[in-house]
Design a protein around this ligand. Structure first.
Ligand SMILES: *[C@@H]1O[C@H](CO)[C@@H](O)[C@H](O)[C@H]1NC(C)=O
Length: 324
């Protein structure tokens, strides 16, 4: 019931001010093993695949490996077309791709825009490190335009349009480089489940999934990300200005520290001081997920989830997994 009350309360606020100086996060996770090179990986998966596949002479596997190892992109597909390849069945490949040589399997993507002609290496002058998404209606264009001034070119912008109006946004210069996804009358978790699959957004270190009605006058995207990285926050949100109709004590900005992960609630609101909303709690209006945490949260978003109320109470599950 508390969740419902909170939601009704939140709806009545037009705008919530968020501030850079205080954030809170669920946990301090440690990243390990991200830097294994892809070449190395493909060798490992090839070897483990050999064991479980049909009998294939090692020499033929060697040939397949030579063809695909080291080359990249579309060259691999050309090789696949022309070479006489042994029949293989690599169980360590992603589901559905078992019949492909490991060297050709590309299971992840990004949202970087590509040129139609010319040199692909010139597609991107700078690769954005973070993905910032807003679920928007055209009526909120001025608020979104103001918000985006707080984010540097380290952030790729993705807008989900729930009112079907997309081309009008091109009045803003930044809109021409943004990704626009238009599906009428859906909520942000509906879009996130369908368009932010972890394999699709894997190029981004952090994914921010924000509401459109945030006031960010005192916010700075780069400073915020620096704090998130400095404190190793897997799931976090910016602090909210104290005198702006807060729902939860936890989300309140604290002047005395950069980050907090626990708080004191009003009496009777926390069954356990180590559980949300007293600890390990981030609200769903402006969360920032690490790539690893998002890989978990995406799976937790149920397919029929609409508003997502209550999801914030469960997010910590994804961080317990990371830090264990
Ligand atoms: C590949 O191997 C698995 C067992 O590891 C087997 O279940 C599957 O049917 C094989 N696929 C093909 C197409 O042979």
């Amino acid at each position: 019931m508390r969740i419902m009350q909170r939601s009704a309360f939140k709806r009545s606020n037009d705008s919530t001010r968020i501030i850079i100086t205080a954030i809170m996060g669920i946990s301090f996770g440690i990243f390990i093993g991200i830097s294994i090179s892809s070449v190395h990986l493909s060798k490992i998966s090839l070897l483990s695949g050999v064991k479980s596949s049909f009998d294939v002479p090692m020499t033929e596997i060697g040939i397949a490996h030579t063809i695909f190892d080291g080359s990249s992109g579309t060259k691999n597909i050309e090789a696949l077309r022309s070479a006489t390849l042994p029949k293989i069945n690599v169980s360590s490949n992603p589901r559905g791709a078992e019949l492909l040589p490991p060297g050709i399997v590309v299971s992840e993507s990004d949202l970087y825009l590509r040129r139609l002609w010319g040199d692909p290496s010139e597609d991107l002058k700078k690769k954005p490190k973070y993905l910032l998404t807003f679920t928007v209606g055209y009526d909120q264009r001025h608020n979104i335009d103001a918000a985006l001034k707080k984010f540097s070119d380290d952030f790729a912008i993705l807008l989900f349009h729930y009112d079907g109006r997309t081309s009008e946004w091109d009045q803003f210069e930044w809109s021409k480089n943004a990704i626009h996804v238009s599906v009428k009358k859906q909520t942000k978790w509906w879009y996130a489940k369908r368009f932010l699959h972890p394999d699709i957004v894997s190029a981004f270190e952090y994914i921010l999934i924000w509401d459109e009605d945030l006031g960010v006058e005192h916010f700075d995207g780069d400073k915020y990300m620096n704090l998130v990285i400095k404190h190793g926050l897997e799931i976090s949100q910016p602090g909210i200005e104290p005198n702006n109709g807060l729902t939860w004590e936890m989300t309140k900005r604290r002047g005395d520290r950069e980050v907090h992960t626990v708080t004191q609630e009003r009496p009777g609101w926390c069954s356990d001081p180590h559980l949300p909303p007293c600890a390990a709690f981030v609200e769903i209006m402006a969360p920032a997920f690490s790539r690893e945490a998002w890989r978990c949260v995406w799976h937790m978003i149920q397919n029929d989830l609409v508003h997502g109320w209550g999801l914030d109470f469960a997010l910590r599950r994804c961080v317990e997994m990371l830090s264990s």
